[in-house]
Unconditional design. Structure first.
Length: 220
């Protein structure tokens, strides 16, 4: 305590040492801020760039002719890797046939439609039921080339087998393959054959003497 009559002197504030600034840390902070800003800018550009495309609004079976009621439009941020029919080209796909089964909510791709009939003039369509053990592991898709092979019915005499000849075959093309039926697992495959071969193939199917064999893809 100051003695009586003595004036209090000035109080010196405590010295606070300033932290040493690190140029490297400052530069890194600025770089992170700049990178974050650039990322946000790119994201905003991607979100802002949207494309109107054609969508499927109801079930369309393979070979069915597309109408405007089957199709809709949607505005999406389209990945460049995806190929979709743009909304401006909707009229160009109306009247074409579905090359594959189309489901509601999916985008329509150019390869999913065709102007050609899946059964051409001079061809017939033969439905073939395949049991689970007869269904190939390779997915059956429209346009796939196959061979319809006549095989002897179990327990029946086969002239071809006795004579050592190769079994008779008919060239065909897959038009549509159904999903496996619940319970039985049977898959029905619609195969287009030459008009002259259709009745023969149908007879083999009726007798249970037909097997379906996949041809190798073109170019292999």
């Amino acid at each position: 305590m100051p003695t009586h009559g003595q004036a209090a002197g000035p109080v010196t504030p405590p010295r606070v040492s300033a932290r040493r600034r690190r140029p490297g840390v400052i530069a890194l902070s600025l770089a992170l801020i700049a990178a974050g800003g650039a990322g946000v800018a790119v994201l905003l550009l991607q979100v802002g760039h949207r494309t109107e495309v054609v969508t499927v609004v109801r079930d369309v079976q393979v070979g069915q002719v597309l109408t405007e009621q089957d199709l809709g439009k949607a505005s999406i941020a389209l990945d460049p890797a995806l190929k979709a029919v743009e909304a401006d080209d909707l009229k160009s796909v109306v009247g074409k046939r579905a090359a594959v089964e189309l489901k509601p909510g999916s985008l329509l791709a150019p390869t999913q439609v065709t102007k050609d009939s899946l059964v051409k003039p001079g061809e017939q369509l033969v439905p073939i039921g395949l049991k689970p053990e007869q269904v190939p592991a390779t997915a059956l898709v429209p346009g796939q080339k196959v061979q319809l092979v006549h095989v002897p019915v179990q327990g029946a005499t086969s002239t071809e087998a006795e004579s050592g000849k190769l079994p008779k075959t008919i060239a065909g093309r897959v038009v549509k393959a159904s999903k496996a039926a619940p319970g039985s697992g049977v898959v029905v495959v619609d195969v287009a054959t030459a008009e002259a071969d259709g009745p023969t193939a149908a007879g083999w199917v009726s007798a249970g003497a037909l097997r379906l064999v996949l041809d190798a893809p073109d170019g292999i």
